[in-house]
Write a protein that binds this ligand. Structure first.
Ligand code: C5P
Length: 224
């Protein structure tokens, strides 16, 4: 039987890696909901609606209908890439600049409402692994398996730092650590759909777990 698997948790806990792997092994569809909030943020940046000093929420809300998001499978990369109004933005949405603004954008209820509607539609086909912050609590409270991933902020920042360095982004470890902590804070304290553990979620703390160990554990959960 094909099921819905919700993967939630803090920033840079390896949610997407696990979710992608799981989808591949099970033959399920993988949906990265963070990519959707990141793409909306990129739109806001491109239209000068958000910067270090200000965020024009009202204007963004007015323009929500001009934002078309789409996932398109890339066979070479083995996952669906994010398209914003027809443009492939998969790489553009992964910068530290987008990460620095995304939690403010994701805290806007109107923004969330629109994304959640689209996420529900993607879940019409069963056999889905969706990762995010509110999947097991808000988007699919009926999900058959819910994972909640966590690790120490230091561990997470180090992983994200290594990733950004590999991509050639010129960032400091402190900046990345600050971003990880600040996103977690905004995500956990926002009024609309805050990041909280679903009561029926299985908690995976991978601070001291190898990727292989972790995946084995999760795969066995998915198969029971
Ligand atoms: O998963 P990722 O780190 O790419 O998500 C980026 C940001 O998008 C999160 O820090 C959070 O602010 C927001 N987000 C959310 N709800 C989701 C997925 C992501 O609020 N379901």
């Amino acid at each position: 039987k094909k099921i819905i698997i919700a993967v939630d948790g803090y920033s840079s806990t390896g949610k997407s890696t696990v979710a992608k792997q799981l989808a591949k092994v099970l033959g399920y569809v993988y949906v990265d909901t963070g990519a959707m909030y990141r793409a909306v943020t990129l739109f806001a940046m491109q239209h000068d609606l958000i910067s270090k000093d200000e965020f024009d929420k009202e204007k963004l809300i007015e323009n929500l209908s001009a934002i078309q998001l789409q996932f398109q499978f890339n066979a070479e990369r083995g996952f669906a890439e994010m398209y914003l109004n027809g443009e492939n933005v998969e790489d553009k949405i992964r910068t530290l600049e987008v990460s620095n603004y995304v939690s403010q954008v994701a805290a806007v209820p109107e923004v969330r409402k629109k994304q959640v509607e689209q996420q529900h539609k993607l879940g019409d086909e069963k056999g889905i692994v969706m990762d995010g912050r509110d999947i097991g609590t808000v988007v699919f409270p009926q999900a058959e398996l819910k994972l909640f991933m966590t690790a120490s902020a230091q561990t997470r920042a180090q992983r994200r730092f290594d990733e950004l360095q590999q991509k050639g982004e010129n960032v400091s470890f402190e900046e990345v650590l600050e971003n990880v902590k600040s996103r977690d804070h905004i995500d956990s304290t926002r009024k609309d759909s805050p990041l909280v553990q679903a009561t029926d979620a299985v908690v995976i703390d991978n601070s001291n777990m190898s990727k292989e160990e972790q995946f084995e554990k999760i795969l066995s959960l998915a198969k029971t």
